[in-house]
Design a protein around this ligand. Structure first.
Ligand SMILES: [Zn+2]
Length: 273
């Protein structure tokens, strides 16, 4: 319950962009007291369900006319092949709810405006540039992207789901912040050896991440999307990475906020009241 699904909010200038909408994305946004109407775009890294099951909640709850919703204009979504199909079918699946609530709320607010992306610049508005780059989700055989966000000479890179990937290293050069997925296992796992082998070949182990961080040299590296098996714990991840990387590294937490300015600083969430 402390770690909901993958979803990263990037605030830069006038833009509030959400990358992936895993389980609980809506609840976490609400904890930050950010109304959904303020979200200016959603980007999907890939279509694995753990990265998208929170989307419906963001989309529909964000339309409802309460203070945390109130979206009045179509929601923009960018993602790999399959995104247009999903965004075309979701309104059909929820057509009863949409029909009924359209009497109360502006119909434009529930519309979905999607685009399928290729590697390159996919968003460039008010000084915020988002570049998608292909990553390698191993044997999963689905299109998967990482994203780089640039604004006023500062940048952040999100790995999405990937195994060790040279293209990520190339696109992440010079970044302030690199948020990278990770997997680790030790001891007796409930999964079979075959399953573990498959999972680790689709994701990045700490010793592989160490090579990525060492070659990118971000001002700060952060682990997210922790896939831990057997007796592996979050506390093990940094020691396991120290074999090949000595720079700044933290294990991400839900609602952790990272400010990228002349310095890069981390704030942990403190519940109000
Ligand atoms: Zn995945």
């Amino acid at each position: 319950m402390d770690r909901f699904g993958p979803s990263t909010l990037v605030e830069a200038g006038a833009e509030k962009l959400i990358f992936d909408a895993g389980r609980g994305a809506m609840q976490r946004l609400h904890q930050l007291a950010i109304p959904f109407a303020d979200i200016t775009g959603v980007f999907l890294t890939h279509h694995h369900s753990d990265h998208v099951v929170g989307f419906v909640d963001l989309w529909l709850t964000g339309w409802i006319g309460r203070p945390w919703g109130q979206r009045r204009s179509p929601l923009r979504i960018w993602g790999p092949d399959g995104t247009n199909q999903m965004m075309e079918h979701l309104p059909k699946a929820f057509h009863v709810d949409i029909r009924v609530r359209s009497h109360s709320y502006p119909v434009d607010g529930v519309k979905l405006d999607s685009g399928e992306i290729k590697e390159g610049i996919v968003f460039d508005r008010s000084g915020v540039k988002v570049t998608a780059f292909e990553v390698d989700h191993g044997g999963e055989q689905l299109p998967a992207f990482g994203y780089r966000i640039d604004f006023q000479g500062r940048s952040a890179v999100l790995s999405g789901d990937t195994t060790f990937n040279e293209n990520l290293i190339e696109h992440a050069q010079g970044t302030d912040l690199l948020i990278h997925e990770v997997t680790a296992f030790s001891g007796n796992a409930a999964e079979s050896a075959g399953q573990l082998k498959r999972i680790s070949s689709n994701h990045t182990t700490p010793d592989q991440a160490a090579i990525v961080f060492h070659r990118v040299k971000p001002k700060l590296a952060v682990y997210n999307h922790l896939l831990l098996f057997g007796e592996a714990r979050a506390e093990d991840l940094i020691p396991l990475t120290r074999t090949g990387y000595t720079g700044p590294l933290v294990v991400g937490e839900d609602l952790m906020q990272i400010d990228i300015g002349s310095e890069t600083s981390i704030r942990r969430f403190e519940p109000q009241g």
